[in-house]
Design a protein around this ligand. Structure first.
Ligand code: VIB
Length: 233
């Protein structure tokens, strides 16, 4: 299956436009060597665990960014979805990482104390700064690569992956439940953009900045994969 056929706009033409504007940087993210090696099973277990430890730290900051989205929300729907995402991250996603790392002999205390890789620091603080200095839509532009990117990666890998020990990881993101999350965030982005930019978002002054921020977050995702390949902090 080729790349185009598994692409979806996740109910959001705005997301699709941001992705198109990110060009090769988007491809470098979703087709990174780390992703390919998850699919063909060649990724060393130590690299995967190293990634998961860093991802635990990442998700904590990511939950803080969604909490900031609660603060910046302008409508009941924005507040409801942002608050539900904070709950899902803190009470459901993080425990999954804790479970897998426990099997590798790493305790939750160790996860909490893990030394943060510079790539992790750069990405999460960039996202938080975008939120602090901007509004709800600025936050969505930097959160979209993370949420939608994994949705696209999951579908791509599910369509091509061989026998791999990372099947469960792939199925999580390819599964209907996660795909529905991506569509929900896609509809949230559409409404947030309509409320703040009107009916011709691409003709507004803010558009270029939003595209640039999305692209930077996309580059930071690729750098995060590269950090994972390194296999240590
Ligand atoms: C570096 C990094 N980027 C993206 C994700 C994906 N992700 C982050 S939170 C979440 C749940 C929905 O908000 C998902 C799928 C990740 N885990 N780590």
């Amino acid at each position: 299956m080729n790349m185009i056929s598994v692409r979806t706009d996740f109910s959001s033409p705005i997301f699709a436009a941001w992705r198109d504007a990110a060009g090769d940087d988007w491809t470098a993210y979703i087709d990174h060597e780390f992703v390919r090696s998850l699919g063909d099973g060649s990724l060393p277990r130590a690299s995967f665990i190293h990634y998961l430890v860093q991802d635990y730290v990442y998700l904590r900051h990511f939950a803080r960014a969604w909490a900031l989205a609660v603060v910046k929300a302008n409508s009941r729907e924005e507040m409801r979805i942002a608050a539900a995402t904070v709950d899902a991250l803190v009470n459901h996603e993080l425990p999954l990482h804790v479970g897998i790392c426990a099997e590798a002999g790493i305790s939750e205390d160790e996860l909490f104390e893990a030394e943060e890789a510079p790539e992790n620091l750069a990405y999460t603080r960039f996202v938080l700064d975008a939120g602090h200095s901007g509004d709800f839509l600025d936050l969505m532009a930097v959160l979209a690569p993370c949420v939608m990117g994994y949705g696209e990666i999951g579908t791509r890998l599910a369509a091509t992956a061989a026998d791999t020990p990372y099947r469960q990881w792939i199925d999580t993101y390819a599964g209907q439940k996660y795909q529905d999350v991506c569509h929900k965030v896609g509809r949230l982005i559409e409404q947030a953009a309509r409320d703040r930019l009107g009916s011709s978002p691409q003709e507004t002054e803010r558009w270029r900045h939003l595209c640039k921020q999305f692209r930077t977050a996309t580059k930071l995702e690729a750098a995060f994969w590269q950090m994972g390949l390194r296999g240590h902090a």
